[in-house]
Design a protein around this ligand. Structure first.
Ligand code: DP6
Length: 345
């Protein structure tokens, strides 16, 4: 019986950047994010003789996977199997699998799909085994993409640095559930150019920056402040710590060898303009950027109309909007069946 699962991306407020173990994606520090409610990625996993993966776009056209993408997906499957074996529950887990990925993430909106894809896959793989904990699912997700561990939970979740060098040595946990605080992410995409260095390669360069050690010393304090800000729903505190951390991560990126320049002139202009607007109109809005020029404007509901208007006024930019989501979950019936259901409705 195929297993179907869905998930969504997340936006980091304290950034995950740098690993202590690249192979196992064991992070060098804590991080924290808010899970988005869209766009969704859906996966269907079936038992199979040998591993295969296919990927489809929103309109159901197949997007051929590169050799590298295929290898990453297969390696993730093997690591997931190994982890389930280590904790003694791999009995019912298939020897191999065929994987179908359907992404609703529009091309070029500057939202990476890996967090949604690997958390959905973790959810589906977990479906072959009885009673896995949410922590175990987050570990399975992390084995494919570090930030995917956070999309397993709804609301706000922390990727905990953990200790040791084992497969299960780092995981995510929920900080606050989806209904806790109604925030929005208004996403402004100034450039659709594909980035030259992906996150996986970028993480491996973090230690070449002389600023990285200072970052590692500061993250625990920021993580604590961010958790407090979320629990207390203190937007001012959240804004201060999230922006500080975002700029610090980009300083590390830019001072790496070779330098990683993910932000462009438009990013800097948008950031300056939103700073001005929020001072003028006293808006509860903060900016944050991941490994690309896309600006995420996270705001309280009271600021949403003004932030939307600001985003719409950005010439030549794509705009996208998401609320807070519930995290990855298994869904029944499988995609094929639900597709038929849809026809009969
Ligand atoms: C800048 O989770 O994308 O978005 O494990 O190689 O897939 P991989 O890295 P990834 O790194 C995320 C980097 C970031 C910050 C963040 O989301 O915390």
């Amino acid at each position: 019986m195929p297993i179907r699962a869905v998930s969504t991306p997340n936006i980091a407020l304290i950034k995950y950047w740098g690993n202590r173990n690249e192979e196992l994606r064991l992070p060098a520090a804590d991080s924290l994010s808010m899970t988005l409610d869209q766009p969704t990625v859906e996966v269907v996993v079936s038992q199979s003789e040998r591993f295969s993966a296919r990927s489809f776009e929103k309109n159901d056209t197949e997007r051929p996977l590169s050799v590298k993408e295929n290898a990453r997906l297969e390696r993730h499957f093997l690591l997931a199997k190994k982890y389930l074996d280590n904790i003694g529950v791999a009995g019912a887990f298939p020897a191999s699998a065929s994987v179908e990925i359907r992404s609703n993430i529009p091309k070029g909106i500057g939202l990476a799909s890996s967090a949604a894809v690997f958390s959905a896959l973790a959810e589906a793989y977990g479906g072959f085994v009885n009673n896995l904990s949410r922590r175990d699912i987050s570990i399975l997700a992390r084995l494919g993409s570090g930030s995917a561990s956070r999309s397993v939970f709804g609301g706000f979740s922390a990727f905990v640095v953990g200790e040791g060098e084992e497969l299960g040595s780092a995981y995510a946990e929920q900080i606050a559930p989806v209904g806790h605080w109604k925030l929005w992410d208004v996403i402004i995409v100034p450039s659709q150019e594909e980035k030259k260095t992906g996150s996986t390669e970028g993480h491996a360069l973090a230690r070449t920056s002389s600023l990285f050690e200072a970052r590692l010393r500061d993250v625990p304090r920021r993580q604590k402040e961010c958790i407090e800000a979320i629990r207390e729903k203190d937007f001012g505190k959240l804004q201060k710590v999230a922006e500080e951390d975002c700029l610090d991560m980009h300083a590390v990126m830019m001072s790496s060898t070779p330098p990683l320049r993910y932000l462009n002139d438009e990013t800097h202009r948008i950031v300056r303009d939103i700073e001005e607007l929020r001072t003028r109109e006293h808006l509860a809005v903060l900016y944050t950027m991941d490994a690309g020029p896309t600006v995420h404007l996270v705001c309280e509901e009271s600021a949403l109309p003004a932030v939307q208007a600001f985003a719409h006024a950005q010439k030549g930019c794509i705009m996208f909007e998401a609320g807070i989501g519930g995290g990855s979950r298994r869904v029944w019936p499988s995609y094929q069946q639900s597709h038929l259901w849809h026809l009969y409705k």
